[in-house]
Design a protein around this ligand. Structure first.
Ligand code: HEC
Length: 275
């Protein structure tokens, strides 16, 4: 621990240093900052110009007519009615994004999304008050260095995992239908297979898991063994037609036809859990 005396001496030395070798803020630091700001703004303007002049109005001409070096000018128009859009964060949020996969809804998700990042921020803020030694050499600060390396490694690992983590696209979920049919033993039940396809392509797996496919969100149950819950076909159809009638205000009304509802119910009634 440094003593008060030592701090005084250090402060004294600092003042003398400033007098001997220091430069006034104006104009030196002002000049530095101005030049650097101009450089940064020019780079941004330059990139914007490159993006604009290498891209055309039509994204389809990318690669043939326009090089689209920094991306196309416009991409596909947004579709507000989509149910199978797969949201992905920007790359610098991949580590947080991956934390969400590690922590499962609903028990520990608050810990993963709010708890851990907040604790890390508080530690970062508190650090100058905790570590008040004057030591700056890296070799004399093993705890701080090891902690910093561990943080960088774990964030790198999480970022990498977040980058390669695959969200099941609706088209990929549909490919799982034959294996579901086989494992549940409903391959010969055409109505159930049709229902499975609707289930796989309608976005149900955004909330429900089924034989390990999909992600469980907002407290939606696994539906692999829905048939064992004792609901009749009529009950299941009524439930899916309008979940809000059964106190479920999370699951959307999908607007299925009676035939589709019947197929979905047949699929769920053929889901007795894998053998
Ligand atoms: C936005 C999330 C979400 C989507 C999408 C969703 N569900 Fe649900 N679903 C839920 C939640 C949450 C519950 C549980 C509600 C409860 O327990 O009160 C539920 C419950 C159910 C149940 C009743 C389970 C039981 O307790 O017996 C069935 C059946 C069901 N969903 C089928 C479907 C089908 C079929 C689809 C696709 C057409 C679908 N869900 C899409 C959130 C969703």
């Amino acid at each position: 621990m440094a003593t008060t005396d030592e701090w005084r001496r250090q402060h004294q030395r600092y003042k003398e240093d400033v007098k001997r070798r220091g430069k006034p803020f104006y104009p030196y630091a002002m000049f530095h900052d101005t030049v650097m700001s101009l450089v940064v703004v020019s780079v941004i303007i330059g990139l914007a110009a490159v993006w604009y002049y290498t891209s055309g109005e039509d994204p389809k001409t990318c690669g043939s007519g326009d090089s689209c070096l920094l991306g196309p000018r416009y991409s596909e128009p947004a579709d507000p009615a989509t149910t199978n859009f797969v949201p992905r964060p920007d790359w610098y949020f991949y580590f947080l994004f991956y934390l969400l996969r590690i922590f499962k809804w609903p028990d520990s998700v608050i810990l993963g999304t709010v708890g851990i990042p907040t604790v890390m921020l508080i530690i970062a803020f508190a650090l100058p008050f905790l570590d008040r030694r004057m030591e700056r050499r890296l070799t004399r600060r093993p705890v701080a260095i090891v902690a910093a390396i561990l943080v960088v490694i774990s964030m790198g690992e999480l970022t990498y995992k977040g980058a390669i983590a695959k969200e099941a696209l609706a088209s990929e979920v549909v490919q799982a239908v034959p294996s579901w049919a086989q494992r549940q033993g409903f391959a010969n039940n055409a109505e159930a297979v049709a229902g499975a396809k609707i289930f796989a392509s309608s976005g149900c797996t955004a909330c429900h898991t089924y034989l390990g496919t999909g992600s469980s969100n907002q407290g939606a149950p696994d539906l692999s063994a829905e048939a064992t819950r004792g609901k009749s076909k009529q009950q299941l159809m009524a439930y899916i037609r309008d979940p809000s009638q059964f106190g479920n205000n999370i699951m959307p009304k999908f607007g299925f036809s009676d035939q589709q509802l019947s197929q979905l119910a047949a699929f769920l009634l053929a889901s007795k859990g894998p053998k």
